[in-house]
Design a protein around this ligand. Structure first.
Ligand SMILES: C[S@@+](CC[C@H](N)C(=O)[O-])C[C@H]1O[C@@H](n2cnc3c(N)ncnc32)[C@H](O)[C@@H]1O
Length: 651
């Protein structure tokens, strides 16, 4: 099988040489990259092009490719060089810069060199199939004991967790009856959660929060090797207090003994990951994995999935470009306040901080005052808190609490909606609680950019799946009065979570600003979103949509082309609201290349917003916003497009 992959690689090389007539590294390396991808796929390794690592010297480097385990732990790396380069000199220079040396292939047109555990293991000619095969076999056979143990522990964890959960729930119920002190503390926490997160939070939800806290506190400490990392956090410290009242001495460690292999697997794996950004990746993977074992339905409802870095960085680059173009300011500039309303593991804030590297005081000010994030669930809230604070510390060398992270239900936090120029803010409120103070502070701010990946039920195929989202009085009424009112569809129901987030964000912006969301793509052409499209055309001055496709309904398209690995197609939208209204809103559409997900992500990592030929769609059209790229009919009607013309984005 592996020899066959090498033969395919040879054939592809010949084809590329014939087609391009070129021997240039940039053309030929694609074939080798494909070989690594395909071989990796056989071992459930994901190939990530331009993989970024922050080195021990705190430099961000981009390795040409990395193969990652499912939990985002790196397996091996690849770096390609030009045939004209001196390969040995280049390798030495890269290692000085902090490139990983545990399992890496360097290649140019002629030679491939395998370095493992700091030593050169093999050096072969690229056109010698007999030699290339053992080199690649050795590369792909490299396995750290820690990772093997960890993979075993993860499987065991899934088997053992239900019994531990059951025991935890029983202990909590008994304690509630036996200890007034505990019951009182739990009730106080519930009150706080209802005030801050949303009024529908129940005693069961608080119990689950406490359980998640108990099960994961060690994980965070271990991954970042800092036992006190989130003791300072206002929510975590309240949960610690509750936990202290719950367990008698030694009770906790006895209870969690069954999960010990999992925790020690995490500690051992975390110890082999050197770089800060890879630790973050590991934590994100771990969190997703944990949640799916712990509560798969909640994972689906909340949209527990992290956003690939390529998408996040593309959205930040583009939002920056759009802000400069329409408002004459960049994201780093004073007065541009940015909010991620569904922050998950904090990826958008982390990447924003990374993009502000080198801006010294401006960065400090942004972090303290002008970057905001909301999260509803305790675990991602913790992960975001850790990731954001660790990133700030890695960039500036100083620890500072990230005070603008709120544990809140964004959609229930409606006090700052519909605010326009001249509005007097209500500054009332004497509650001293820190989280509530944070929410109020955020509500007093004029937000210019709302960016993120709001949730949608990726796996819920229909209403009968019994995993319904709760209702939101204010937002649902706004949807009824706007998207639904403007719709001509008969049974219109636009209460999808992501539509609610669009409604919320459109109302939160005030007079001007940018909304940048990556979501389900159905708003582009589904019949039920016709009212949504009309309202967005009214609320905003410019609309840009990038269709990332990947819907399971698309003929000939498999899950492999979806950037989130889900069945629902994906799109990125940039909605721009300016004070000065144009006569007609311009709607521009761009389809990503119809390729496998890895290649779409690679395309996004190079894509520059301003360089593409966008299709200009007819404004206020009732029809879809596509240029008929997607041949699949939507559920109800196939809608004919009005004339579409192509344009390069004119500033
Ligand atoms: C798709 S994830 C965000 C992923 C994030 N960009 C990342 O890379 O980790 C959506 C997040 O929104 C959170 N969420 C869902 N509903 C929310 C709500 N009403 N208010 C605030 N956060 C919410 C979920 O808990 C989840 O963490």
């Amino acid at each position: 099988m592996s020899r066959q992959l090498i033969n395919e690689y040879r054939a592809e090389l010949d084809r590329l040489r014939a087609v391009s007539g070129s021997r240039r590294e940039s053309v030929l390396r694609e074939a080798f990259k494909d070989l690594l991808k395909r071989w990796g796929r056989q071992q459930d390794l994901q190939f990530v092009p331009e993989h970024d690592i922050v080195t021990a010297q705190k430099n961000r480097i981009y390795v040409d490719g990395a193969l990652l385990h499912a939990l985002r732990v790196p397996f091996g790396y690849w770096e390609a060089k030009d045939a004209d380069d001196d390969l040995d000199a280049e390798m030495a220079a890269k290692f000085r810069k902090g490139y990983p040396n545990d399992n890496i292939i360097f290649s140019d047109d002629h030679t491939a060199v395998l370095v493992q555990d700091g030593h050169e293991q093999m050096r072969v000619a690229m056109d010698d199939t007999d030699a290339l095969l053992p080199l690649l076999t050795r590369f792909f056979a490299h396995e750290r004991q820690e990772i093997a143990d960890f993979n075993k522990a993860v499987k065991q964890f899934a088997a053992d967790l239900p019994a531990v959960l059951e025991a935890l729930r029983t202990i909590i119920a008994e304690k509630r009856k036996a200890s007034k002190d505990f019951a009182k503390a739990e009730a106080a926490f519930l009150k706080h959660a209802q005030d801050a997160i949303n009024p529908a939070v129940s005693a069961d939800d608080v119990q689950e929060m406490l359980i998640q806290h108990i099960l994961t506190e060690d994980i965070f400490a271990k991954v970042f090797d800092n036992p006190d990392f989130h003791r300072q956090n206002n929510i975590a410290s309240e949960l610690y207090k509750l936990e202290d009242k719950l367990f008698a001495r030694g009770e906790k460690s006895t209870l969690l003994r069954a999960l010990a292999p999992y925790y020690s697997g995490i500690a051992a794996t975390a110890a082999v990951i050197q770089s800060h950004s890879e630790k973050q990746g590991f934590l994100k993977g771990l969190y997703e994995n944990f949640y799916k074992v712990y509560n798969p339905k909640a994972a689906d409802k909340l949209g527990v999935v992290y956003t690939p870095g390529e998408i996040v960085r593309f959205m930040i680059r583009s939002a920056d470009w759009l802000c400069e173009k329409h408002f004459g300011k960049n994201l780093i500039d004073r007065g541009v306040e940015i909010l991620d309303p569904a922050t998950g593991t904090g990826t958008f804030i982390v990447e924003l901080l990374e993009s502000f590297r080198g801006h010294g005081d401006k960065l400090r000010h942004k972090y303290k005052e002008e970057l905001h994030a909301n999260e509803i669930a305790i675990l991602p809230y913790y992960v975001a808190n850790l990731n954001i604070e660790a990133t700030y510390q890695a960039i500036t060398g100083q620890f500072a609490e990230f005070e603008n992270l709120c544990l809140v239900d964004t959609l229930d936090n409606v006090d700052a909606l519909g605010i326009h120029a001249g509005h007097q803010f209500d500054l009332l409120g004497s509650l001293t609680d820190q989280n509530i103070e944070r929410i109020k502070r955020q509500n007093r701010r004029k937000i210019s950019v709302i960016i993120g990946n709001p949730p949608y039920n990726a796996n819920q195929q229909n209403e009968n799946d019994n995993n319904k989202n709760r209702t939101y009085a204010h937002i649902d009424k706004r949807i009824k009065d706007t998207y639904i009112k403007a719709s001509t569809a008969q049974k219109t129901k636009v209460y999808d979570m992501y539509a609610r987030f669009y409604r919320w964000a459109s109302d939160r912006l005030g007079d001007e600003g940018v909304v940048a969301f990556v979501t389900n793509r159905s708003f582009i052409d589904s019949r039920t979103f016709d009212g949504f499209r009309k309202c967005v055309s009214k609320d905003f001055t410019h609309v840009h949509v990038i269709d990332l496709g990947g819907d399971y309904k698309e003929p000939g398209i498999s899950g492999a082309s979806n950037v989130f690995g889900i069945g629902t197609g994906v799109a990125i939208a940039f909605l721009i609201k300016t004070r000065k209204k144009e006569k007609n809103t311009t709607i521009r559409y761009l389809a990503a290349p119809n390729v496998v997900a890895e290649d779409k992500l690679s395309w996004l990592s190079h894509a520059r917003f301003e360089d593409h030929a966008w299709s200009v769609m007819s404004p206020n059209s009732e029809g879809s916003w596509t240029d008929n790229r997607s041949p699949f009919p939507n559920n109800f009607l196939a809608i004919a497009n009005k004339a579409v013309k192509s344009t390069r984005l004119s500033p």
